[in-house]
Ligand binder design. Structure first.
Ligand code: ADP
Ligand code: 5GP
Length: 262
């Protein structure tokens, strides 16, 4: 008796393993056949770079407020001193040089670079976790970091370079922000000349003259790039196309003028 029960249980288990017809249909009801759940598409890496003071932190903040459900900010580590307005873990993780060197050595950073005399880098783990779950990740990093992301996964990266409308505006904005001392501001302005050299390495170029206009264009770029990967609207795609680097040959002159005036 015991053996018969065991045999029946084994037979039922085999039948269960082999079952190809959905359970409900087998019971005489209509039901959708069981399908594998489609894998969630990986999120994209949305990179914003600019010379210091052009406005990328402002644009980043606006985008995060609007898109908090779908976009996550990659919070970098840095060896630079914290500004009065900054919050540990929100703007940066402020670490000392030995810890930074250790992170580089242990491969804990997705990309890293020396910028304005300080070490900056993107912690690898949180970015990979967000991308895996289909969230887009926003990076406020410089051109050196952008090139490293290109090398790692070019197809997943959408890059935007933010230009100030003029050298005068850049100077004024850095002074108005009033978070860095004059020596730091001067160094950033000097570095801007070299940073501006890299605008051609980006997919999109935004001139941040009027903040609302620049923000609308930034959102359009994100929507258009999402649309290319499924979903999204026609109007945004049209506006985003205008911001493509190739569609703005006149910018070469603007960059030269800003560099000459800096
Ligand atoms: P970045 O992150 O590129 O260094 P920020 O976003 O900190 O630059 O901007 C520098 C300063 O310029 C801030 O005080 C910000 O409020 C101001 N700013 C940003 N965009 C504009 C704009 N379109 N017009 C005028 N001021 C701006
Ligand atoms: P700030 O000191 O003004 O916050 O940033 C200075 C520069 O460092 C900016 O150009 C910013 O984009 C860049 N930066 C910030 N975090 C990172 C990072 O993790 N990696 C790289 N490569 N650059 C970064």
């Amino acid at each position: 008796m015991k053996r018969a029960r065991k045999k029946a249980a084994k037979k039922a288990a085999t039948a269960k393993r082999k079952r190809t017809v959905p359970r409900k249909r087998a019971a005489g009801k209509t039901a959708r056949p069981r399908t594998r759940r489609a894998a969630k598409p990986r999120g994209l890496m949305f990179v914003l770079s600019s010379p210091s003071g052009a406005g990328k932190t402002t644009l980043t903040r606006m985008l995060l407020e609007d898109e908090s459900k779908n976009v996550e900010l990659s919070v970098s580590v840095t060896t630079r001193a914290k500004r009065a307005s900054e919050i540990e873990g929100r703007h940066y993780f402020f670490i000392d040089r030995p810890r930074y060197d250790e992170m580089v050595k242990k491969g804990e950073l997705l990309e890293w670079a020396e910028v304005h005399g300080n070490g900056y880098g993107t912690p690898k783990k949180p970015v990979e976790a967000s991308l895996r779950t289909g969230k887009d990740v926003l990076f406020d990093i410089d051109w050196q970091g952008t090139l490293q992301l290109y090398a790692a996964a070019r197809a997943d990266v959408v890059s935007v370079f933010v230009l100030p409308p003029s050298a005068h505006a850049l100077r004024e904005r850095l002074a108005r922000r009033a978070e860095d001392n004059q020596e730091v501001v001067d160094r950033r302005l000097r570095n801007a000349i070299e940073e501006l050299e890299h605008w051609r390495e980006y997919d999109y170029i935004l001139v941040n003259d009027d903040l609302d206009r620049a923000y609308r264009a930034l959102k359009a770029i994100l929507s258009a790039e999402r649309a290319r990967r499924g979903g999204g609207g026609k109007a945004e795609r049209k506006l985003a196309e205008k911001m493509r680097r190739d569609a703005q040959p006149e910018l070469a002159e603007l960059v030269k003028k800003i560099q000459a005036e800096l």
